[in-house]
Design a protein around this ligand. Structure first.
Ligand code: AMP
Length: 124
């Protein structure tokens, strides 16, 4: 019999606020969930609709993704489009901030889905 691993599971070491949401330790305003991801409303919305789509797997940022995440990343984008449709958005923007310099503040990959007003370009 192999010795039980003393390594904590990746889920347990996910000390980000989104890790806590995934473990049910803090509430969220959920709009969609499946076996691979969760989508919920941002607490500081930047537009009438502002939803975050996050993988259940702890991936720090897009920069950490590898080929093994190809299907998961595609799934997150399809879910982003699905929740935008669910919200009745005709147009919407998806944003993935990668790294502090790009404005990432929560180090668990997330796709912002923003809409419900006209959006300027270029972004800040
Ligand atoms: P980013 O700056 O790209 O890392 O985005 C992190 C986002 O998470 C911000 O838009 C925050 O408003 C949002 N956020 C932080 N804590 C929570 C929370 N507990 N529930 C929902 N959204 C949150």
């Amino acid at each position: 019999m192999p010795e039980p691993s003393s390594e904590p599971s990746p889920e347990l070491v996910n000390d980000t606020i989104f890790g806590r949401i995934l473990r049910g330790e803090i509430p969220c305003d959920q709009v969609y969930a499946d076996e691979r991801c969760l989508a919920f409303r941002d607490v500081v919305p930047q537009a009438p609709v502002h939803i975050l789509v996050i993988p259940r797997e702890h991936l720090v940022s897009l920069a950490e993704a590898s080929e093994q995440h190809e299907q998961l990343l595609g799934h997150l984008l399809l879910v982003a489009a699905r929740v935008a449709q669910q919200e009745g958005l005709e147009g919407f923007r998806t944003v993935i901030n990668s790294g502090a310099e790009a404005g990432q503040t929560v180090f668990h990959l997330h796709v912002h889905v923003i809409g419900g007003r006209s959006l300027a370009w270029p972004p800040g």
